[in-house]
Design a protein around this ligand. Structure first.
Ligand code: XBP
Ligand code: MG
Length: 231
């Protein structure tokens, strides 16, 4: 296990319920739109990765014509990104408990770290700087670079290219079935650390499933990686 590729939303950070969801709702309000995404229904919307894709699917379901959506969604999403950046700057988005210690332990063990997320670079970079300053994630692949979002494996393939390592020497850490499928499709064994939104996902392809980072250390990740390589 030479490198570990981390997902961001739901994995490094608890960002969906009290972060992205709140920013989407503020953007709806500012645009004079009547929609509000409550905690429970937002969990169902997470099946669609990517903020713009989520907005398109939702607004289509509300009967908004494609022409109107083509104009509105990019503007709405740009404002949502700005609002989410503000929430990050205000400290509203937190690292998941125990993840920082694991990152430091991995670095001390000589393991390289990278990021593969479907989120937008406009908030990913400031978030990593604020919450994970000094942790050298390289590369950081975001939804701006990956041509198709998870569960497509393109973000993972790009991260492997940046690391210059074969998939067999890399482990992924994700929080959801969409992320797990993306990692596995790129040939990368995947540990899933679930959260409230993903606890009921089908995680049958995971190398290991944990409920929190407190359950994980470098040795546990290495064992999970080795077992996955043995098949
Ligand atoms: C996360 C996402 C992201 C965020 C919102 O999926 O789908 O779209 O919900 O970010 P994953 P943007 O954790 O599997 O990468 O609005 O910037 O797209
Ligand atoms: Mg995620």
């Amino acid at each position: 296990m030479d490198a570990v590729i981390f997902d961001v939303d739901g994995t490094l950070v608890d960002s969906e319920r009290d972060g992205h969801r709140v920013a989407f709702n503020l953007a709806f309000e500012e645009h004079g739109l009547p929609y509000r995404w409550d905690v429970q229904p937002y969990g169902d919307l997470l099946a669609i990765t990517g903020g713009q894709q989520r907005l398109h699917a939702f607004l289509e379901g509300q009967g908004m014509p494609a022409e109107e959506r083509r104009d509105l969604v990019p503007r709405l999403h740009a404002r949502k990104t700005e609002l989410f950046r503000q929430l990050v700057a205000e400290g509203q988005v937190k690292a998941r408990p125990g993840v920082h210690r694991l990152l430091v332990d991995l670095l001390e063990a000589g393991v390289r770290l990278a990021v593969a997320t479907t989120g937008s670079r406009g908030w990913v970079e400031p978030l990593l700087e604020r919450l994970f300053a000094g942790i050298p994630f390289d590369p950081v692949i975001t939804g701006d670079e990956a041509p198709i979002r998870k569960p497509d494996p393109s973000a993972y393939r790009m991260a492997l290219g940046g690391l210059g390592r074969p998939a067999s020497e890399v482990l992924a850490v994700e929080d959801s079935a969409n992320g797990l499928v993306a990692a596995c499709a790129a040939g990368v064994a995947c540990v899933v650390v679930v959260n409230d939104y993903t606890a009921d996902d089908d995680l049958s392809g995971a190398a290991l499933v944990a409920t929190g980072f407190e359950e994980l250390d470098v040795a546990t990740l290495r064992r999970a990686h080795e077992a996955a390589q043995r098949g």
